[in-house]
Design a protein around this ligand. Structure first.
Ligand code: GAR
Length: 198
């Protein structure tokens, strides 16, 4: 069987994208086909190009207030790449139900919280403020509702009294880089049972 084609959407540094790309070698059932960003300055674009992966940029800013028009442009390079699986990896634009439906059942996202806790932004600060003993990250299937959809994996970290949002984010990110590749591999093999770490 030919490997599954994986497109990865990013907005920033792309460390999760790199962990996914670098995992897709050898007997892995998938290969990257496109790295797509809404931000031409995203540091991840160079990391992808350095790895010989096609990249594309669709700047969201000219489409302010018209999400559907932005997504029409975003779909062009994405559909051209013919992905079997789409991974959101620090892609910081909210997608419409129409867009998500098109990739229903084959779009994944990583979110820096133990979903269903702390959907949206500032997850690390919110976990600390709530006095939580633990925090972490989740990979889930993307559905029309924000940071919702079936959970495909979670990694947990303890929150220490000295943790700040920054130290906690750094601890969680280490696990993001373990969790997302493990989930992608399992998902590409057709297995949706959740990966639990550590
Ligand atoms: C990651 O922590 C990811 O979980 C988070 O953005 C960061 C991207 O880092 N995603 C979200 O907050 C999505 N709502 P990266 O560009 O280095 O992968």
């Amino acid at each position: 069987m030919s490997p599954k084609r994986v497109a990865i959407l990013i907005s920033g540094g792309g460390s999760n994208m790199v962990s996914l790309v670098d995992s897709m070698t050898g007997d892995h059932p998938a290969r990257p086909c496109l790295i797509l960003s809404n931000n031409a300055q995203a540091g991840g674009l160079k990391k992808a190009a350095d790895r010989g992966i096609p990249t594309a940029v669709v700047d969201h800013r000219p489409f302010k207030g018209n999400r559907a028009a932005f997504e029409t442009e975003l779909l062009k390079p994405l559909e051209e790449a013919r992905p079997d699986i789409v991974c959101l990896a620090g892609f910081m634009r909210v997608l419409t139900a129409d867009f998500v439906t098109r990739f229903q059942g084959r779009m994944l996202n990583i979110h820096p919280s133990l979903l269903p806790k702390y959907k949206g932004l500032h997850t690390h600060a919110r976990a600390i403020e709530a006095g939580d003993a633990e925090h972490g990250c989740s990979v889930h299937e993307v559905t029309a509702a924000l940071d919702d959809g079936p959970i495909l994996g979670q990694a947990r970290v303890d929150i220490e009294p000295a943790d700040t949002p920054d130290t906690l984010a750094a601890k969680v990110l280490i696990w993001e880089h373990e969790l997302y590749p493990a989930v992608l591999r399992r998902f590409a093999e057709g297995n949706r049972s959740p990966v639990l770490m550590p």
